[in-house]
Write a protein that binds this ligand. Structure first.
Ligand code: GDP
Length: 459
């Protein structure tokens, strides 16, 4: 009963503009943990520091204060904000440990409203902000809802080309022992599933991001559960007839269980409750890794966008009526390149996002692309060589060594294979800068992010 009334309250305050649920996603290492840590940190400092000039309410000095509130959804782990702050504000600053599951944190932001309707209710108003973090890999599973086990298996085998075929070899050689008509053997299914999961991890390690089922690489609280123990299998003609206790029947049953208990459950219990979404994209990592990784990332992004494409007849609308009205794509870690390259980064991200976006109807969703650094780890400057000055970055690398460098140009357009032969691109990872204990974390354009996500709610 208590739970229900809390839900009703949340619903009511969402409709009155006093509650917003912001979801943060991106493939692993896109920068979600750093982003949420910084977002919360910026808001907590918004009333005492002037670090958010592009957030209208902050510029107009209408933010009275922010504080953390206990989250209302008790079934979701808390986002580890304090642990992140300990790492970022340490004597030797370090990056926070990434989260690997869904997690949540709630803030209450008190501000002076401008809207007449809100002013009538008092000189100050409160916006409750839930920030929810979840792995982008989970969105790669949406297409599974429209494929049966056989269709999915065929698609997975068709993808085994080039590097993927090599990476899949250990699993494929074990699969040769598999007899689909034999009686179900949980141990053998577990071992083959583990080998298949290893293949998916190997893809990720090689910079190939399109992996299915997405939950296999980031299982969260389902680690070791049988619902994550299956793998694709295309039966031969003579194997079509299998009895219900066979290995293949068990694979099919588990796939079905995964579709309903894992994929559908995520969309129903989490996704359908989001109001706004930010998708973080690390465009620089695939530039470092090469052409295959780049095109794979683009494919993964396209798949991921499928979750926001819910026209009237779409599967998602039929199942869960999602309510996202704004979506922001952000190229993260912009402090890895010199400021003159930031527009290139946005243009590159736009090239990956816009074609898929324009090809279908995204009903009433406002979209924007930006480049950001959640936690700015470098200082831009110039170096002079033979009388000419060049843009450069200064920072401390992960080994603790000070570096001044020019990491290279970001291509404005999607590069073709020759790009990696001719140019190449190499960025160094940096440690966060030493932060002053009572000051907000240095950032690039987090205020623009906040304006897009919250600006209208703070009027
Ligand atoms: P997650 O897996 O999406 O949660 O990614 P993280 O937030 O853990 O980020 C992965 C890594 O990217 C971090 O350990 C940092 O090395 C780097 N990183 C993330 N955000 C930034 C940023 O704003 N600037 C810089 N220089 N590096 C970042």
């Amino acid at each position: 009963m208590k739970q229900l009334s809390q839900e009703m309250q949340d619903l009511l305050s969402r409709s009155m503009d006093s509650h917003v649920r912001i979801a943060v996603t991106g493939l692993s290492r896109a920068g979600k943990t750093a982003f949420i840590s910084s977002l919360v940190n910026q808001l907590l400092h918004a009333s005492t520091h002037e670090a958010l000039p592009l957030l209208e309410a902050s510029r107009e000095k209408r933010i009275i204060g922010a504080r953390r509130e206990p989250q209302t959804n008790l079934m979701v782990p808390r986002f580890a904000y304090d642990e992140a702050m300990r790492a970022l504000y340490a004597e030797q600053p370090d990056w926070p440990l990434p989260t690997r599951d869904v997690s949540e944190i709630r803030l209450a932001l008190k501000y002076k409203p401008k809207k007449r309707s809100k002013k009538l209710l008092g000189s100050s108003a409160t916006l409750n902000i839930d920030i929810i973090d979840y792995p982008g890999e989970w969105l790669l599973d949406l297409p599974l809802l429209e494929m049966d086990f056989d269709q999915w298996s065929e698609q997975q085998f068709a993808a085994l080309e080039g590097e993927r075929a090599q990476l899949a070899e250990p699993w494929l050689s074990q699969l040769a022992q598999f007899s689909p008509q034999a009686d179900a053997d949980e141990d053998q299914l577990a071992a083959l599933s583990a080998a298949y999961t290893d293949y998916l991890h190997a893809c990720k390690a090689a910079g190939l991001h399109w992996v299915q089922p997405g939950r296999f690489v980031l299982p969260g609280d389902l680690t070791g559960a049988p619902v994550l123990q299956f793998f694709p299998y295309v039966e031969k003609e003579q194997e079509k007839q299998v009895n219900k206790d066979s290995q293949l029947a068990m694979l099919r049953a588990r796939y079905h269980e995964y579709q309903t208990k894992v994929v559908k459950a995520f969309y129903k219990h989490h996704f359908a409750t989001f109001d706004r979404q930010i998708v973080l994209v690390d465009c620089l990592q695939p530039l470092n890794a090469g052409a295959d990784a780049f095109h794979d990332m683009r494919g993964a992004l396209e798949q991921l966008m499928g979750s926001f494409r819910y026209g009237k007849s779409h599967l998602l609308r039929r199942l869960f009526s999602p309510t996202i009205d704004k979506i922001l794509f952000a190229a993260t870690k912009a402090d890895h390149v010199t400021p003159d390259q930031h527009p290139h980064l946005v243009s590159l991200l736009g090239q990956m996002v816009y074609p898929a976006w324009q090809a279908t109807t995204f009903e009433n969703i406002e979209m924007q692309c930006l480049s950001i650094a959640s936690v700015q780890a470098t200082q831009p400057g110039f170096v002079t060589k033979a009388g000419t000055s060049y843009p450069a970055l200064r920072g401390v690398d992960l080994g603790g060594q000070p570096q001044t460098l020019y990491p290279g140009e970001v291509p404005r357009k999607l590069p073709d294979a020759s790009y990696w032969q001719q140019h190449g691109f190499e960025f160094t990872e940096f440690r966060p800068q030493k932060a002053q204990i009572d000051a907000p974390l240095p950032h690039i354009r987090m205020d623009k992010v906040l304006q897009f996500l919250l600006g209208d709610k703070l009027k």
